[in-house]
Design a protein around this ligand. Structure first.
Ligand code: TYM
Length: 348
């Protein structure tokens, strides 16, 4: 088998998955699982979860909850290796070896690191600095070439490529330089009208487990404007829009809502609303109601599957145990090879 055809991705165990995780990562994970030319490995990044302040009991619960989410959205243990990162010690071991070719300066300058330090100024830890190295280890351990993730993970992938190059140059390993696999929703905007949808920003997200009423409630709080004005096409790809209403104020909230409309109701619907904005005006109450229903229609079958899984804990336990076994079989080989190449074993 060609190892560059391996795929790996992970999601931190920080709580229930939201639409950003679903559209940015899970949709890509599902698409690659369905493609026979790939061997897919999908993990819960539970070790990454301890790099920012967390609650021990919550982590204990969430590392299992994400496995249930994976199964509920349609990841299939017959086709993908589904596992918890911390069950495969080799992730941590390889991360240390990779840290030998990674400079502190490089890690300190990553925008993702700077953001987290800003968010948790009291928690500027070595674990946080090592975050991208551990992520590189996750990917390189399986020699995965393709990584389904959202746009926000690009700096981490760039770091992983650089680490792979250094290892190959300095120690003669054959790590592929991993690239991301993008979905249509690789940047899902926040409901607050500012930035991306994120678990750590209250009011920004819709969870996969939300019922219709909760979705309606969350959308109703999303900021809008007077509903009438000019639409400007912006960005290199001509895909982004600026909405400027009659008062001259730009509304990022409206741009975000229409991105969600496009993702859940299609491009035609989005175009219709854009035309309304420049004509008779958008009625946001109706827009939000239709959008809530469209989102819920996609989530309802996932929630149904989740209830079935919750009723069968033995099955979930088996998936977790078997996934770890399968992942370990690949992981031990890579680590053995790296130890040999780095001089930590007699040459055989
Ligand atoms: P995490 O847990 O922050 O997010 C999981 C996945 O969801 C995507 N995502 C989004 N995509 C589009 N729009 C959004 N608003 C949005 N919010 C989150 C993320 O891009 C990600 O794909 N470092 C990773 C976890 C990880 C990993 C790995 C990923 C650890 N090791 C190895 C791939 C390969 C992270 O923090 O994801």
């Amino acid at each position: 088998m060609n190892p560059t055809k391996r795929v790996l991705s992970g999601i931190r165990a920080t709580g229930r998955l939201h639409l950003g995780n679903y559209l940015g990562a899970v949709k890509g994970m599902l698409a690659l699982q369905a493609d026979e030319q790939y061997q897919t490995l999908y993990m819960v990044a539970d070790v990454h979860t301890i790099t920012t302040p967390y609650d021990v009991e919550e982590l204990r619960r969430n590392r299992r909850e994400v496995i249930i989410d994976y199964l509920a959205v349609g990841l299939d243990p017959e086709r993908s290796i589904i596992f918890q990162q911390s069950e495969v010690n080799q992730h941590l071991e390889l991360a240390f070896y990779l840290s030998a070719v990674t400079t502190i300066g490089k890690m300190q300058h990553l925008p993702t690191f700077k953001d987290k330090v800003k968010q948790y100024p009291q928690h500027n830890t070595m674990a946080l600095l090592n975050y991208p190295i551990l992520m590189a280890a996750d990917i390189l351990l399986y020699k995965a070439g393709l990584v389904p993730v959202g746009k926000d993970q690009e700096p981490h992938l760039e770091a992983a490529r650089e680490i792979a190059r250094r290892m190959n140059q300095d120690y003669g390993t054959d790590f592929p330089e991993p690239v991301s696999f993008k979905t249509e929703g690789d940047y899902v905007p926040s409901l607050t009208g500012e930035g991306k949808m994120s678990k750590s920003v209250e009011g920004s997200y819709i969870n996969l487990t939300d019922d219709l009423e909760t979705i309606q409630h969350r959308l109703s709080a999303a900021p809008t404007d007077s509903g009438q004005g000019k639409v400007e096409v912006v960005g290199d790809d001509q895909k982004s829009r600026r909405f400027v209403d009659q008062s001259g104020a730009e509304s990022e909230g409206v741009a975000n809502l229409l991105s969600l409309v496009e993702l859940f109701e299609g491009e035609d619907k989005r175009n219709k609303y854009e035309a309304d904005y420049q004509g008779a005006g958008i009625r946001y109450g109706e827009l939000k109601q239709d959008l809530a229903v469209a989102i819920y229609e996609q989530l309802e079958p996932i929630q149904q599957k989740r209830r079935e899984l919750e009723a069968d804990p033995g099955y979930v336990d088996r998936v977790i145990a078997e996934g770890a076994d399968k992942a370990r079989q690949i992981a031990v080989e890579t680590v053995e090879e790296v130890r040999q190449k780095m001089g930590l074993r007699q040459w055989q």
